[in-house]
Design a protein around this ligand. Sequence first.
Ligand SMILES: [Zn+2]
Length: 346
Amino acid sequence: MKTSKRMRALAGLTVALTAVTAMAPAPAASGKGASGLRMTWSSYHSLADIDAFLEQTAAAHPTTARESVVSTSAEGRPIKAITLGDAPGREQEIVLVCGQHAREWIAPAACTYLVNELVVNRARYPQLKDLTVTVVPVANPDGYEYSRTFDRRWRKNRRSGSSTRCQGVDLNRNWGYKWGGEGTSPDPCTENYRGPHAFSEPETRGLRDYFLSRTRKPAAVVDIHSYGQYILVPYGYDRQGHMYSDYQDLLSVGRQMSQAIYQYKGKTFRAGNAANVIYPAAGSLIDWAKGTLGSKYDFGLELRDDGRYGFNLPAGQIIDASTELAVAVRTLGTAVSGLPTAHSAD
Ligand SMILES: [Zn+2]
């Protein structure tokens, strides 16, 4: 990691802010996290807080929660995962990847909320009872910290480039399935720079290797973003509507998730093909999960809101946005539970 006077000063400021966050009272609605942790979901937290939360959750629930390091970022930060379930490796698995885009702060917040729910309030999620759920809360830790300390609107990772503006690769354009197509740029100075080649970045490479190293491929891969309130179904690399045999299964489950979210607080999440519902984007995680990994249920979720606050979703909405994610994952759990078990598939 680079050190400079400015960064050291900012690091000090971050520590100070973290201390303030730690002292802030938890809202009555959410209470504290597992074992009295300082994660409150009443504010957005630093990477250090999130990493500590994962560590402490795993330590407090050794039989059901297991922490691991998926990869190391461009600037040397660990990318952590937490796996929840009674028998990882034998059960069907749902994997959630959160925060590929740095400025979408609600993604890591909602994903850590879900982790806490699944350890503290597991009984509320009978649909996930016989499943393993793995969560990668911050897939782009360098970008997330940069967004928190230097530039709130930062999107990419922190690969070094020729100038400040030209740093970083859009991680969700760097995956290897149909890499380099529509909705991506070869120009390092753009927001959707796809990188010099597929999997050029340690973040995507590490996640890819993690997926491929699993005992069995996950039944579902969900990529969490904001904003827009969409449930996106692959393929998103162009608008040609490329079909696959179970496309209707995905669309149907996507619509069920949308209905479940609507029943919570009346928010509309539009479900449909990624390229048609928003815009074409080649080299995305969900396209790779479907086209290369061969996982069945692959979705991109664009969480709150519909544009009023955009990336700057007020912290007061973290719990509602997180609950909408939890409701969607619960619905997905019903679909995944209906698949053949690990044993019968062997
Ligand atoms: Zn995004």
